[in-house]
Design a protein around this ligand. Structure first.
Ligand SMILES: NC(=O)C1=CN([C@@H]2O[C@H](COP(=O)(O)OP(=O)(O)OC[C@H]3O[C@@H](n4cnc5c(N)ncnc54)[C@H](O)[C@@H]3O)[C@@H](O)[C@H]2O)[C@@H](O)CC1
Ligand SMILES: Nc1ncnc2c1ncn2[C@@H]1O[C@H](COP(=O)(O)OP(=O)(O)O)[C@@H](O)[C@H]1O
Ligand SMILES: [K+]
Length: 492
């Protein structure tokens, strides 16, 4: 993402509704709203000139609201700089800033239907931004289709028209932009999929709304060290290994020990002082032939687990990767929950509770210490009602589940959302696509478990874990497998 550096917080996510309130607060504080529009339009024109210096015709598509107003300004400035700029669109409603922009830059406003693609065209999409409240009309859908078919580059103002800034989902037809120029703060739709792809390269621009007005009422951020750096595990010279945390990873049976080993290796490489695999009967030799620094401890049944749990130095638990036995997964989870220590449930640990969601909701009361790491399918199994509600964004769904289970949710995917029961939410937007490989989720569970074992609070451990996971994937490079990934983790 490129940005004009000023006093803006590039990690804050602001919903379109809150952005509206911020605009209003800016106007009430005496800031000239037309001045903001002029700066917005100038940024759009600058992005076009710097990224498409060979442009032959700027095609400015103007909608009826302030998004269109930004387009009029950009068109006027481009024309003044010698670029042929032709405006198509709808007359703005009289009386507002958009109408003033239309008058300030006089010239023809052609009907949208009249645009026919030409070589050298660059579209400035200023049809709808934050105010989009329904699917675009069929005539606009046809225009989007024409632009796509012709391969005309699109610079979107604020958001590609047709994309919801709240959810990142298109409401119907939607432009796919090569650049999106937005103002004051990122919106969730810029990071949530498929919005992130539809926006192309993001440009976050300061148009002079003071930082004190750009509030974090929505408690949403782009995942960033600012969210967790202050809670990172402390290392001091006199530390001993138990002081760095003892992570326990539960292994599956003989035929499925690999997933636990991936989690355990990731846990050790993420800084836990000790990692022990709890192995079921029959898996000891298979595990022993692969493990060196990682220890094992036999756990045949609940009674053995209970005895072992009296060791207070076992500081966090990962249960689920390759685990297999769903009934045992539930009973073991209940046992570790009763210790009051933090737990990561992944894979079979999640599936085990798909038909017992009420039980899961009761097991972890108090300060959040349960982390759930579902991918889309696992999320649907746990919270079908949230998954199937089209009015909810991925952030809303993650928050709903977090409050239901009093858990920090790590709702995985290309746009992993981390949400806490207190409402805080972060969207991770820079993990590489090659993380989508078998076993990479096991590695993530191990990283988060390790950070929990080192004493990080659950939300911060989850945010940091997701970031470390993505960074390890970047270091491991395209073509990596999950074992390579675990080997490329660098602790916080
Ligand atoms: N943050 C700020 O202070 C600034 C905001 N600016 C711009 O203002 C925009 C928001 O302006 P508005 O609130 O006027 O909203 P928009 O310009 O996005 O659109 C609002 C209008 O479009 C109509 N509309 C919505 N969806 C439609 C659809 N599918 N088909 C037909 N009509 C539809 C609405 O009824 C309304 O009349 C931002 O996206 C941004 O581009 C800029 O002017 C700079 C200053
Ligand atoms: N397109 C993508 N871009 C970035 N990260 C991705 C993408 N697809 C999946 N991931 C990440 O890869 C990991 C896959 O985990 P998971 O689905 O549990 O796989 P497995 O069960 O094979 O371990 C998750 O952390 C997820 O967020
Ligand atoms: K737009």
């Amino acid at each position: 993402m490129s940005r004009t550096l000023m006093a803006i917080d590039e990690t804050l996510l602001v919903s379109p509704r809150t952005m509206g309130k911020i605009d209003q607060a800016a106007a009430e504080s005496g800031i000239d709203s037309f001045g903001l529009m002029q700066k917005a339009g100038a940024h759009v024109a600058a992005v076009l000139l710097s990224h498409f210096p060979e442009v032959q015709r700027a095609v400015i598509l103007c909608g009826p609201g302030n998004n269109g107003g930004d387009g009029h300004v950009a068109g006027g400035l481009l024309a003044a700089s010698g670029v042929e700029a032709v405006r198509f669109g709808m007359e703005p409603k009289p009386g507002g800033d958009a109408a003033r922009a239309r008058q300030a830059y006089p010239g023809k406003l052609l009907p949208l239907e009249d645009w026919q693609p030409r070589d050298g065209d660059v579209i400035v999409d200023a049809l709808f931004g934050a105010g989009l409240d329904r699917p675009v009309a069929a005539s606009i859908a046809a225009l989007i289709e024409r632009a796509q078919h012709a391969g005309t580059p699109v610079i979107a103002v604020d958001l590609p028209s047709g994309l919801s800034g709240r959810t990142g989902e298109p409401t119907g037809a939607c432009f796919a932009a090569s650049h999106t120029v937005t103002f004051a703060a990122l919106k969730p739709g810029h990071l949530l999929m498929p919005g992130r792809t539809l926006c192309g390269q993001m440009h976050l621009c300061d148009i002079g709304i003071p930082a004190r007005l750009i509030r974090s009422d929505d408690a949403m951020w782009k995942n960033d060290p600012g969210l967790y750096a202050s809670k990172r595990p402390l290392t001091d010279a006199g530390q001993h290994k138990y002081g760095r945390g003892h992570l326990v990873v539960f292994s599956g049976p003989l035929s499925a020990t690999g997933a636990a080993r991936l989690s355990a290796t990731a846990g050790l490489n993420s800084g836990a002082g000790l990692v022990t695999i709890a192995n079921p009967p029959g898996a000891t030799l298979a595990l022993a032939s692969h493990l060196t620094a990682i220890m094992q401890h036999p756990v045949r049944d609940e009674a053995e687990l209970e005895t072992w749990l009296s060791d207070k130095r076992l500081s966090a638990f990962v249960l689920g990767p390759g685990f297999g036995d769903l009934e045992k997964a539930r009973s073991y989870t209940a046992r570790v929950a009763a210790t009051g220590r933090p737990v990561v449930l992944d894979a079979d640990g999640l599936t085990a509770f798909a038909s017992e969601t009420d039980l899961l909701a009761k097991l972890f009361a108090g300060e959040a210490r349960l982390v759930l790491t579902p991918h889309e399918g696992e999320f649907r199994r746990l919270c079908g009602d949230l998954a199937d509600d089209p009015s909810l964004s991925k952030i809303d769904r993650a928050r709903g589940a977090a409050s239901r289970f009093n858990a920090v949710m790590v709702y995985k995917g290309a746009d992993t959302v981390i949400a806490a029961p207190d409402g805080r939410a972060a969207v991770n937007a820079d993990a590489p696509a090659w993380l989508a490989t078998a076993g990479s989720g096991d590695v993530l569970a191990g990283i988060i478990g390790s950070l929990l074992s080192q004493g990080m609070p659950a939300f911060e451990a989850a945010c940091a874990g997701v970031a470390l996971h993505g960074e390890a994937a970047i270091r491991a490079g395209r073509g990596m497998n999950a074992e390579d990934l675990a080997g490329h983790i660098e602790p916080l």
